[in-house]
Design a protein around this ligand. Structure first.
Ligand code: SAM
Ligand code: SF4
Length: 339
C-alpha cells in the first residue's frame, strides 16, 4: 500500500487528464499566457490506464477521480473510464468537471462505468459567471448538470468557490437551488493555487463566513465527525434533512492529518499534496519499461514503478504548510496540478 511516515495511507488517487481548459476561472487560471504542457510530455491513454492498474492492483488505491484542467477535453476519456472499470479490483470512479460538454457525454460516461460527477458552478447569475470564468457558458454548465443527474451519475455534487465582491452574497441562493434540484453543494475555500499568485488570506471568504451566510436562511446541524472520515468536506444537514451541504475549509480548518490522497499530473508526476513543491517523475520510470502489447504487462517493470510511487508517498509532508510564514505557493497552478 501507499503509506507515509505519519502512518497515513493513500486510497484515493486524483488523476489529471489535461492541463487545458475551456474556462479561465479567475482563482485558477490567468486570462491568457499560460504555457500548456507539450504533447510528448503528456501521458498517453495506455500509460494512464497502466498507472491506474498498478495503483489499484499493487498499491491499494480504491477510488480514482479524473480531473484537470478540464477532463472532458480529453478525447480518450470514455475509453479510459471503460478500461479502468474492467480492472480487478474495480475502483470507484468519479469526475470533477466544469460541466461544459457533459450534456453530450454523460450517458456514455455512465455506460463506461463512471460512478459520479462533481460539477463546478460558482453562481446562478449568467453575468457573474461570465466575469468569474471569462467565458459566456453558464447555460452549458446547467445543462451538463441536468444531464449528469438524468444519466444517474449520482449523487451529483456541485463545487463552489466564493469570491469577495463577486458571488459571496449567493451562498443561500445556491443552497436553495441545490436542494431543489437534488444536487449536493460543497463550498471550497479559495486556496493559493492561482497562476497569477493573486490569493490573499485577508480577502478570502472563510468557512465561518459561508456558514454564517447560510444560517440566515437555513437551519444547519453538523454531521458527526465520524461521518467525515478522511473526506475533506465537513457536512451539515439542511433543515432537518435529507439534504446536506459541505464546506471544504482547506485554509482555515485543514484536514491534512486525515488525508488519504495521492495525485498524478497529466505529465506523469506524482504529487503527494496539492501544495507540494516536490514531484516524483513516474513517467520516466514508466517509459524506461514500456509495456509490450504482445506480451502484456511486465510484472518486474510494474513492481519498479510501484516502488517509485511508494517512495514518493513515504516523503509526504505532515501538512500543507499554509500556516507557515515561509509558505511558498507551488509553481504549478491548480489547473496543471489537478484539483
Ligand atoms: N475544470 C474542472 C472543474 O473546474 O471542476 C476540474 C479541475 S478544477 C482545478 C477542480 C476544482 O478546483 C474546481 O471545483 C475548482 O473550482 C477548484 N479550484 C480551482 N482553483 C481553486 C482555488 N484557487 N481554490 C479553491 N478551489 C479551486
Ligand atoms: Fe478550468 Fe476548472 Fe480551472 Fe475553472 S477551475 S479554469 S474550469 S480547470
Amino acid at each position: 500500500m501507499l503509506i507515509d511516515t505519519y502512518g497515513r495511507v493513500a486510497t484515493d488517487l486524483r488523476v489529471s487528464l489535461t492541463d487545458r481548459c475551456n474556462l479561465r476561472c479567475t482563482y485558477c487560471m490567468p486570462e491568457e499566457g499560460l504555457q500548456w504542457l507539450a504533447k510528448p510530455d503528456l501521458l498517453t491513454d495506455d500509460e494512464i490506464v497502466r498507472l491506474i492498474r498498478i495503483a489499484v492492483t499493487e498499491l491499494g488505491i480504491e477510488e480514482v477521480r479524473f480531473t484537470g484542467g478540464e477532463p472532458l477535453l480529453r478525447p480518450g476519456l470514455v475509453s479510459i473510464v471503460e478500461r479502468c472499470a474492467a480492472l480487478e479490483p474495480r475502483p470507484k470512479m468519479s469526475l470533477t468537471t466544469n460541466g461544459i460538454g457533459l450534456k453530450r457525454t454523460a450517458k456514455a460516461l455512465k455506460a463506461a462505468g463512471l460512478d459520479r460527477v462533481n460539477v463546478s458552478l460558482d453562481t446562478l447569475r449568467p453575468d457573474v459567471f461570465k466575469t468569474l470564468t471569462r467565458r459566456d457558458r453558464h447555460r452549458d454548465v446547467l445543462e451538463g448538470l441536468e444531464a449528469a443527474r438524468d444519466a444517474g451519475l449520482t449523487p451529483v455534487k456541485v463545487n463552489t468557490v466564493l469570491m469577495p465582491g463577486l458571488n459571496d452574497d449567493e451562498a443561500p441562493d445556491l443552497l436553495a437551488w441545490a436542494v431543489e434540484n437534488d444536487y449536493e453543494l460543497r463550498f471550497i475555500e479559495q486556496m493559493p493555487l492561482d497562476a497569477q499568485h493573486g490569493w490573499k488570506r485577508d480577502g478570502m471568504i472563510t468557512a465561518g463566513d459561508i456558514l454564517a451566510s447560510l444560517r440566515t436562511r437555513f437551519d444547519l446541524t453538523e454531521e458527526g465527525s465520524e461521518r467525515r472520515g478522511s473526506a475533506p468536506a465537513e457536512r451539515w444537514v439542511v433543515d432537518g434533512g435529507p439534504h446536506r451541504v459541505g464546506v471544504i475549509a482547506s485554509v482555515t480548518r485543514p484536514f491534512c492529518a486525515a488525508c488519504d490522497r495521492t495525485r498524478l499530473t497529466a505529465d506523469g508526476q506524482v504529487r503527494t499534496c496539492l501544495f507540494a513543491r516536490e514531484e516524483t517523475d513516474l513517467r520516466a520510470a514508466l517509459r524506461a519499461a514500456p509495456e509490450d502489447a504482445a506480451k502484456g504487462s511486465d510484472a518486474a517493470a510494474d513492481a519498479e514503478i510501484a516502488r517509485v510511487w511508494r517512495l514518493a508517498m513515504w516523503g509526504k509532508k505532515a501538512g500543507s504548510g499554509l500556516d507557515d510564514p515561509t509558505f511558498l505557493q507551488p509553481d504549478r497552478p491548480m489547473s496543471a496540478i489537478g484539483g
